[in-house]
Write a protein that binds this ligand. Structure first.
Ligand code: AMP
Length: 277
């Protein structure tokens, strides 16, 4: 596995492999502290591409001023081992100065779909996400880039950006990897105490209930949200929302075209999860 730390060097590498005709690059952008959710994306990319590139970059522009970027878990050595064992060809580990300069253009998230739900609790967050994803895609120039369905709003906005900016990369959505008890894997789970880890199970339980209600032909948004709230109530719920796949609020679940999203705080940790119906 090659470790590359500058955009310039990575662009050179990409140019060389495309000269040799091996230009099917699969790319997985991450912020590190890798877990089995990330390796699921890497595994799929490994199966579908000749070359797999993973980036680890803790992107400062997607954190709000009051969010502690320095507290984000960092496990560089373990991450390198995980990438190596997962068959990654190139690990891109840039510094902040290599990605950003003092005065530059940026991408703004759409004013409606970028500023509701997680964009409402974290205003400006998706501007930072889209800007860094655009930069990384321009450096790596992959045929396919892999993103988790767990971050459904992020995935939707990235797909929208790729479409609206006429970019040629294919965005591949990968199912959420869960622990055996249902909790979605997340780097943020590292913040949870033992008790909080147990309380966090209310989130997948509420989504499980949602699926059960829908399977019993209950499709009404308000009824579903109300029943989910009963399970989630000890937690501080930021939102429960029923949307179609175009991220518009719907009053009734439409099978094959819906996603139900939950964001709740467990202690001081904000956790996201969802179910695609
Ligand atoms: P992050 O390092 O949190 O920025 O995540 C990098 C990528 O991994 C994003 O596309 C996430 O949606 C994806 N991801 C994170 N957790 C999971 C999970 N449990 N299952 C599948 N994908 C995930």
């Amino acid at each position: 596995m090659k470790i590359i730390t500058t955009a310039k060097e990575l662009k050179e590498y990409v140019k060389n492999v495309s000269f040799q005709g091996n230009n099917s690059i699969g790319f997985i952008p991450t912020m590190g502290a890798l877990h089995q959710g990330h390796t699921k994306l890497i595994k799929q990319a490994r199966e579908e591409n000749e070359i797999v590139v993973v980036s680890i970059f803790l992107n400062p522009t997607q954190f709000l001023k009051d969010e502690d970027l320095n507290k984000y878990p960092k496990r560089d050595e373990a991450d390198k081992k995980i990438c190596q064992l997962s068959g990654v060809d190139v690990l891109f580990f840039p510094s902040v100065n290599d990605i950003y300069s003092d005065d530059e253009a940026s991408i703004l998230a759409p004013s409606v779909r970028g500023f509701v739900l997680e964009g409402f609790t974290r205003p400006g967050h998706f501007n930072g996400v889209l800007t860094v994803v655009m930069k990384l895609l321009n450096i790596v120039n992959p045929a396919k880039a892999y993103f988790g369905k767990k971050d459904a709003q992020q995935l939707h906005l990235i797909k929208l950006m790729v479409e609206q900016f006429f970019m040629s990369v294919e965005i591949v959505a990968v199912d959420t990897q869960r622990e055996s008890d249902g909790l979605a894997l997340s780097s943020r789970n590292a913040y949870l105490s033992k008790e909080e880890r147990q309380e966090a199970l209310r989130i997948p339980q509420s989504l499980h209930l949602c699926a059960k209600l829908v399977s019993k032909n209950i499709r009404d948004r308000d009824e579903i949200v109300q029943k989910m709230k009963e399970i989630l109530s000890p937690l501080e719920v930021s939102y429960i929302e029923v949307l179609n796949r175009n991220f518009e609020v719907i009053k009734e679940v439409q099978l094959g075209n819906s996603v139900v999203l939950v964001e709740a705080k467990v202690g001081s940790t904000r956790l996201l999860d969802n179910i695609w119906l």
